[in-house]
Design a protein around this ligand. Structure first.
Ligand SMILES: Cc1cc2nc3c(=O)[nH]c(=O)nc-3n(C[C@H](O)[C@H](O)[C@H](O)COP(=O)(O)O)c2cc1C
Length: 400
């Protein structure tokens, strides 16, 4: 298996090993200041965060919280222990037309694209409930902890059993101190005749969100994957908006993953398909995020949109934030470049001579429709930024 260069997660070791070995992260003397933002009616130090998964537990979260990420997501937890699939779990891939192909050698340069086949591992509730509390305690003012939950279906269980299990996990997560719940809907729909994800089953998704929302007193966001068409994205968002505080997209691109000889890259039943994440997915993920932003602007619902998917260059994060995403979340970038947040912040920070924001770089991925979404949100943020005293902005992220 090809070593994935410079990742803090050791892809050649098991999930359990990585769980027990939080990385030694670089020390940063001074985190560049960020204009900050608002999420769930709270001030946040920056609009940068880490998506569910790469930060395996409280120790990982504590480390990244010191590196300028302010929206930290705890990986998906479930109501029973679930082991990870056997190795390999993460492979470096190249997206080709028919499939994602696991590479023998890493590319000399450029951000990686990964295929992830972990199997949604979770510790026992007794373990993660205590650990979520530790993660929350590790954060400071202006940082938020989101915890991702997924339901489990007992053998022969019906939709009600699945819905109730999502709500049970969400209740435990709230007791443990999470600021918000991410309801993971980009998981296989166990009731579908044809393979689909739960977010593609709108009535089931709506019931899950409704139950979670009415059983806990915290904001909830729905994690969704790649939509098959803009129409489905629009219909789904419109129908789910009443039951959620926001959306997190795009989870990843489900693809067949083979090695260079055409054999399955991950051995074992049901592992021919895996989530492809990272650099190559940005174009499609950004298009969907921008669609969502455009519908928010055009529609009757006003929910937060947390953008994720292929944000592996600082300009990509800045671009999505500029387009109106409330927060940019990274997973692959956090693993290959823990200092990613500091690089984004350096681009965002006001230049001393100008006293305002640096010009926003663009990667050319914007659409005319999405561009029209930004005027609504930008002035709102500008006015909040301007209320923040300059002295606080400059000093509060200093880490020594
Ligand atoms: C190692 C790893 C583990 C992940 N585990 C989870 C998880 O537990 N729950 C989840 O919703 N997404 C999980 N994801 C998906 C990420 O949250 C994210 O949606 C995806 O990686 C796309 O972001 P990226 O292109 O920045 O990597 C995981 C991703 C990686 C790389």
């Amino acid at each position: 298996m090809v070593a994935i260069p410079q990742t803090v997660y050791r892809a050649d070791r098991s999930y359990a090993w990585n769980y027990g070995h939080a990385p030694h992260l670089p020390r940063v003397r001074r985190i560049p200041p960020s204009p900050g933002g608002r999420l769930f009616d709270r001030d946040i130090n920056s609009r940068l965060g880490v998506a569910a998964g790469p930060l395996l537990n409280a120790k990982w979260i504590a480390g990244y919280a010191r590196l300028g990420y302010d929206v930290l997501t705890y990986p998906t937890v479930t109501s029973t222990f679930r082991p990870a699939y056997p190795l390999p779990n993460i492979r470096l891939v190249e997206s080709r037309e028919q499939a994602a192909v696991a590479l023998r050698r890493p590319h000399a340069k450029g951000a990686p694209t990964l295929a992830v086949s972990l199997g949604l591992p979770s510790m026992e509730p007794d373990v993660w409930r205590k650990d979520v509390r530790r993660a929350k305690d590790a954060l400071t003012t202006g940082q938020l902890l989101i915890v991702s939950v997924a339901g489990s279906l007992p053998p022969g269980g019906d939709p009600e059993a699945l819905i109730a299990d999502y709500a049970r996990c969400a209740g435990w997560v709230v007791e443990a101190g999470a600021d918000a719940i991410e309801v993971h809907l980009a998981v296989p729909d166990p009731f579908a005749e044809h393979a689909q994800m739960i977010f593609e089953n709108v009535p089931l998704s709506a019931q899950i969100l409704y139950r979670v929302r009415t059983s806990i007193g915290r904001p909830i966001v729905a994690k969704m994957g790649m939509f098959r068409s803009p129409r489905l994205l629009h219909e789904t968002a419109t129908k789910l908006a009443p039951w959620t505080s926001g959306f997190v997209l795009v989870h990843g691109v489900v693809r067949r993953v083979v090695d260079e000889d055409g054999k399955a890259a991950f051995e074992g039943a049901g592992r021919d398909l895996a989530e492809v994440v990272g650099a190559d997915t940005f174009a499609v993920a950004a298009r969907q995020i921008e669609e969502m932003l455009a519908w928010r602007k055009a529609g009757a619902w006003d929910r937060v949109i947390l953008g994720v998917g292929g944000i592996t260059a600082p300009a990509r994060a800045i671009h999505l934030l500029h387009e109106g995403a409330d927060v940019a979340l990274v997973a692959t970038a956090a693993l290959v470049d823990p200092l990613f947040a500091t690089r984004v912040r350096a681009l965002e920070a006001p230049r001393p001579s100008e006293g305002g924001s640096a010009p926003l770089p663009t990667n050319g991925a914007s659409s005319a429709r999405a561009r029209s979404a930004s005027p609504r949100s930008e002035p709102r943020r500008q006015s909040r930024r301007s209320k923040r005293p300059a002295s606080r902005r400059r000093t509060k992220h200093a880490v020594r």
